[in-house]
Design a protein around this ligand. Structure first.
Ligand SMILES: Cc1ncc(C[n+]2csc(CCOP(=O)(O)OP(=O)(O)O)c2C)c(N)n1
Ligand SMILES: CC(=O)[C@@H](O)[C@H](O)COP(=O)(O)O
Ligand SMILES: [Mg+2]
Length: 635
């Protein structure tokens, strides 16, 4: 066994290629075993075992900067940099992060989680190196999916212009999470797969070398022929034309070839684009067979590949997907648009039913948003199906192209709230704050999966501009689903129980949390009012005015950033009304990033628990405090 001897990358340098091959097999087995218990991004990491070994064998991290795009495929990097003993805590609360993490190791030089940032980071690090007179290498590993992200093209354009010495390694496994899409993908496929193309390239190149330099005129012609033939035959001509030296395509599982190519790249004085061909899920049959499913996987049985999914109620996402099919049958104007997340967003059923009305644009949230605006202007009913966290990429397009045009776009915002194991880069906790202040937008969140369906129908029937519904990465409550869908009056909240003293305004899963707290308080003889504050915009100002007089205090309970979300909106309202005696207490997420763990652990960390709600109610309704607070707004 070689793996126990590898504590740091330098331990690799003494190994032979044969030993590295053996080590690669051990690492694969390690990943398959560990992730069968913890879950994680198995397929992506199985695909980069040899590539990561070759990188750490040939180059010298951390002085040489190794940047992993998205960072979900950095488990091998973590194994080789002294963290293999922490893998039992992978993606667990206070355990090993599932992405690159600077606080974990000096070898982790760039964090991500969101895709397509690695090339910009590489350019920044190369620029800084040169300004400081440094000589370290800068290497970015980017997947073919991440390469479809607009930022990557912006960086390629700039890198090719500046011609800084750096390496871009394209890990091309033909997969994003789902099969990759786009013209770039098709171009890469041509390079990847056309054997004749590759053989001809060698023949042409050796022929060209034999053309003797004769007479100026003929030599000029010969050079033109050479250039045009090169244009046809050099596989990565696109990248060459952008100013890179293109190397490849190279077998990403052949350690010898990989190392030769890295050494060749190292001798190039300028930007190099290395096209590496890998198999996502390499070495584990179930993952190779279905790398979409095994991109991010729950714990599983190694022998059978059977996933040990917890049996729960249908996920909100599944209810969204099924309801969209129902609505799609009623209205052929509905077009679903996803930025590379057809599976995660629950759109596979819709794509099967309406293949030409489910559009996967690749990792291109900005493009998706603006395209939806145009679809709406042309009379379609676009559904922008997007994770809250990834929608952050499209803020300007939402303002500039959707809301300013008052385009009738429906936002299906999934993963709203804490997301659990993906942690701080993926928490869906900012979208209320960054959307509710945009003119023309309506925003709502259902208390359960049945209300989600009614909200989807409400959005479809709403023709006055952009409308968003947001829902969590959770199982539903198991409530029965109404056959008949009805519209919900825009801006209407819902009183769920009666009570005096304190009213709890809650949205989404926080309604259930409020109900748990209310049951606990009832045992103390305290009856609180619960309100399903299901519209973030517009607020139900009529109910707010009523509550301000009928109750002594209000708590706004939300799994969102406390700054700028629903609680802020309520405070703003009362301040605008001059209702300074309204006692409003906010319970949301404080001003910091919340790392990976379970959703329950993340809620507990920020005090979103039934016990904390009870304590807040007691505090607000205690006679002395109530009177004192009459004059102020607490939060
Ligand atoms: C901005 C953004 N949108 C969507 C995602 C979700 N996402 C995570 S990994 C991934 C696919 C990445 O494909 P690729 O870069 O080819 O990596 P592979 O897993 O194939 O190695 C996507 C779409 C993301 N991380 N960031
Ligand atoms: C790495 C990445 O961004 C995606 O794989 C993400 O982890 C998917 O999230 P879900 O598991 O919530 O679909
Ligand atoms: Mg890929």
């Amino acid at each position: 066994m070689l793996l126990p001897t590898i504590q740091q990358p330098e331990h690799l340098k003494t190994l032979s290629v044969e030993e590295l091959v053996e080590l690669a097999a051990e690492i694969r087995q390690f990943l398959i075993e560990k992730l069968s218990v913890t879950g994680g991004h198995l397929a992506s990491n199985l695909g980069v075992v040899e590539l990561t070994l070759a990188l750490h064998y040939c180059f010298d991290s951390p002085s040489d900067k190794m940047i992993f795009d998205v960072g979900h495929q950095a488990y091998v990097h973590k194994i080789l940099t002294g963290r293999k003993d922490q893998f039992d805590t992978l993606r667990k609360y206070k355990g090993l992060c599932g992405f690159v993490k600077r606080t974990e190791s000096e070898h982790d030089v760039w964090e991500a989680g969101h895709s397509s940032t690695s090339l910009s980071a590489a350019m920044g690090m190369a620029l800084a190196r040169d300004l400081k007179g440094g000589s370290n290498r800068v290497v970015a590993v980017i997947g073919d999916g991440a390469l479809t992200g607009g930022m990557a093209f912006e960086a390629l354009n700039h890198i090719g212009h500046e011609k800084k010495k750096l390496m871009v390694i394209l890990n091309d496994n033909e997969m994003s999470i789902a099969p990759n899409v786009g013209a770039m993908h098709n171009y890469l496929s041509k390079i990847r797969s056309d054997r004749h193309y590759l053989r001809a390239k060698d023949e042409v190149e050796s022929l060209l070398k034999r053309i003797p330099a004769i007479g100026d005129r003929l030599a000029k012609t010969a050079q033109n022929v050479k250039d045009s033939l090169k244009y046809m035959m050099v596989p990565g001509i696109l990248f060459e034309e952008l100013g890179f030296t293109y190397l490849g395509p190279v077998d990403g599982h052949d350690l010898g070839k990989l190392m030769d190519t890295l050494r060749q790249a190292d001798n190039v004085d300028g930007p190099v684009f290395i096209h590496v061909i890998t198999t996502k899920g390499k070495g584990y049959h179930p993952a190779e067979n279905d790398s979409h499913k095994w991109h991010g996987i729950s714990p599983y049985k190694i022998e059978s590949g059977q996933v040990l999914k917890s049996v729960g109620n249908p996920q909100y996402t599944d209810v969204f997907g099924a309801t969209l099919v129902e609505l799609g049958k009623q209205d052929d104007r509905i077009v679903a648009v996803t930025p590379a997340m057809p599976g995660g967003s629950g759109l596979i059923p819709f794509s099967k039913e309406f293949p030409d009305r489910m559009i996967d644009v690749g990792i291109a949230e900005q493009h998706a948003a603006t395209m939806c605006a145009a679809l709406a202007m042309e009379g379609m009913k676009p559904v922008f199906a997007v994770y809250s966290t990834f929608m952050q990429r499209a803020y300007d397009q939402i303002v500039h192209d959707i809301c300013r045009h008052n385009a009738n776009v429906m936002f299906a915002i999934d993963r709203a709230g804490f997301v659990g194991a993906d942690g701080e880069t993926h928490q869906g906790v900012y979208d209320i704050a960054f959307m509710r202040h945009i003119p023309n937008l309506v925003m709502m969140m259902p208390k359960d999966e049945n209300e989600l369906r009614h909200m989807m129908y409400t959005a479809l029937e709403y023709n006055d501009g952009p409308i968003a519904y947001r829902y969590p990465r959770l199982s539903g409550l198991g409530v029965s689903l109404d056959e008949e869908l009805r519209t919900i009056p825009i801006g209407s909240w819902e009183k769920l129980s009666s009570g005096e003293g304190c009213a709890i305004l809650a949205a989404g899963p926080m309604v259930q949390l409020a109900e748990t707290a209310a049951d606990m308080l009832k045992r103390e003889g305290v009856q609180v009012q619960i309100v399903n504050a299901r519209f973030m915009k517009p607020l139900d100002t009529g109910m707010l005015d009523q509550l301000a007089t009928s109750h002594t205090a209000m708590i706004v309970l939300e799994e969102a950033s406390q700054a700028g979300s629903l609680g802020s909106a309520v405070l703003e309202y009362f301040a605008e009304q001059g209702a300074y005696d309204a006692v409003v207490s906010l319970m949301g997420i404080e001003d910091r990033f919340i790392e990976h763990g379970s959703v329950e652990q993340q809620r507990a960390e920020v005090g979103l628990t039934a016990e904390a709600v009870c304590a807040r109610v007691r505090e607000l309704t205690a006679p002395a405090v109530g009177a004192r607070n009459k004059r102020s707004v607490s939060s």
